[in-house]
Design a protein around this ligand. Structure first.
Ligand code: THG
Length: 263
């Protein structure tokens, strides 16, 4: 499964400060560390980035790819910053990913054409103006709208990663199973199956610190059983990486060797 490292984001104080100061050090160190620990792609979350977002995205994409030879998942709601990032992205390490489009018309109309223009991958969040539907069936209906827009923009189905949007189990327990169902149903929306992605740690938001890693890891295993293709996680959490590698072994995705955890 593709691991998308989540640690370069404006939520984190140190990373946020480095972004504001255009200080390469902490960002490059975090990039290198995540790749060393198993990330195949790095999420670069600069937030809404209303002020000089395009300049920031251009700078950070080049800064990260100077030291980390992986493709990037560009995370901002600012379409101008998104385009700057796609322009700056070095595709010799793989294609960039747009994080994200959704069923919201405005966002969909701005982001999907960029995927076509820059030949990038794109995440489709299955939410719309009314929010995240409770039922997997209704999330599929939004997925179908996103897929329709992709056809219009010349984006192939295999370049879309559908995201059911994981909700915290302490607040909406019934959604945990529904998101698993959504992953299963998304796959059935096309042949070959649609690709899928989740932001995993959301499942344990609001749970005690001692429980969070366990909730994250077991949920990951359940989603992977349904064929989850990629997850936005913290690659520096060693036990999580071990769970992912172990599920990949048990599901026959990678070849067993006694040393599989070191691979
Ligand atoms: N789907 C998609 N993109 C996403 C998400 C998703 N991007 C954002 C988020 N969800 C995934 N990324 C992060 C990045 C950082 C953290 C969590 C998820 C993080 N969390 C700490 C925690 O959970 O304790 C600290 C949070 C804080 O300081 O408030 O650092 O679902 N497509």
């Amino acid at each position: 499964m593709l691991i998308i490292g989540e640690r370069i984001n404006v939520i984190t104080k140190a990373q946020r400060q480095a972004m504001l100061d255009r200080d390469k050090g902490p960002i490059q160190e975090m990039a290198i560390n995540q790749v060393k620990n198993g990330a195949g792609m790095l999420d670069i979350n600069i937030g809404p980035a209303e002020d000089k977002g395009d300049e920031l995205m251009d700078w950070i994409v080049k800064t990260v790819q100077e030291v980390a030879h992986v493709p990037l998942c560009l995370d901002t709601t600012n379409p101008v910053a998104m385009e700057a990032g796609l322009k700056a992205h070095d595709n010799s390490w793989g294609r960039a990913m747009i994080n994200s489009a959704s069923g919201e018309e405005e966002r969909l109309n701005m982001m999907m054409p960029l995927a076509g223009k820059y030949n990038s991958l794109i995440i489709g969040l299955t939410l719309n103006k009314q929010g995240i539907p409770a039922l997997a069936e209704d999330r599929c209906a939004i997925a179908a709208e996103i897929m329709g827009k992709a056809v219009e923009c010349g984006v192939p189905m295999e370049d879309i990663y559908l995201d059911p949007l994981i909700m915290p189990v302490p607040f909406s327990q019934e959604k945990s199973l529904e998101s698993i169902r959504a992953i299963r149903m998304f796959k059935e929306l096309n042949d070959p199956p649609m690709k899928t992605v989740v932001g995993l740690s959301n499942i344990s938001n609001g749970a005690p610190k001692t429980l969070r890693p366990l909730l994250n890891r077991v949920y990951t295993a359940l989603l992977m059983y349904e064929g989850l293709d990629s997850a936005i996680i913290d690659p520096l959490e060693r036990e999580m990486i071990e769970v992912i590698k172990t599920v990949d072994i048990l599901m026959g995705k990678t070849l067993y060797a006694h040393s599989y955890l070191e691979m």
